[in-house]
Ligand binder design. Structure first.
Ligand SMILES: [Zn+2]
Length: 97
């Protein structure tokens, strides 16, 4: 099973280095980022902590690790069911601004 998500982006996200979003994901998921979350993708290098929204679910922004190809913004992709979605906390966003 997979889940459909849409990649998003924005000024805040772009102001904060992408490598750091991957660190944020690792810290909050407690997992190492080994592979791109796209269900058909086996990329394991240069992963980027990418902001996504779940299609037809809620308005929360989540971060998941994706490869540079799947990181492209405003793209609808299917991710593995076991992907850990790290919800972006408002307090963390404030800390970064
Ligand atoms: Zn990928």
């Amino acid at each position: 099973m997979t889940m459909k998500v849409k990649t998003i982006n924005g000024p805040l996200i772009e102001n904060y280095h992408y490598e750091n979003w991957l660190v944020y994901w690792k810290n909050h998921s407690g997992e190492p980022a080994l592979y791109c979350s796209e269900y058909n993708c086996l990329c394991s290098g240069n992963l980027i902590g990418t902001h996504v929204k779940k299609m037809n679910r809620d308005n929360t922004n989540y971060i998941i690790p994706l490869c540079p190809v799947h990181h492209t913004k405003n793209q609808e992709i299917h991710v593995n069911d076991h992907t850990k979605f790290v919800a972006l906390q408002e307090k963390d966003v404030l800390k970064l601004t």
